[in-house]
Design a protein around this ligand. Sequence first.
Ligand code: ADP
Length: 164
Amino acid sequence: MLRAVYPGSFDPVTFGHLDIIRRSSKTVDELVVGVLNNNAKIPLFSVEERVKMLHEVTKEFQNVKVMPFEGLLVEFAKSLNAQMVIRGLRAITDFEYELQMAQTNHKLAPDVETVFLTTSLKYSYLSSTTVKEVAAFGGDISQFVPEYVADKIQEKMEKKECKS
Ligand code: ADP
């Protein structure tokens, strides 16, 4: 059984992430989307909220699971008996960091292979950060994220406005 982990912050999940999930889930028996609980960053959504959103928008994929994790990715992969890590590559700017991560992870766990999927052209510009920026200025994000996620972002932005 081939199990892969697709790790990330997913703060929030975009159509770019979903494209990688859809395509990679076709090539493995089980895909675990690992949602990183990173104390070093202050996310817009809590890890529980990010997991919930991912659950909702990946419902249609039978072999996709969503789980939170913290700490080393290779330890998470090993705990699941996953043989593969999936990452998406958008542009050359992603490459340097991704190569470094993949090589470090290979040193730490030689049995876990990192596999890169290049982004679909139509999502190559898309990142969670830009979605949040557009939303913060009241822009239309419907072409970047599923409706369910857009509604959750809207709710967050309204709460933030109330606080300030
Ligand atoms: P990180 O938290 O590591 O910056 P993200 O949570 O934003 O990463 O994304 C997780 C993974 O999804 C990364 O491999 C990233 O390159 C990939 N990814 C993000 N956006 C896109 C996109 N638009 N197209 C393809 N891959 C993407």
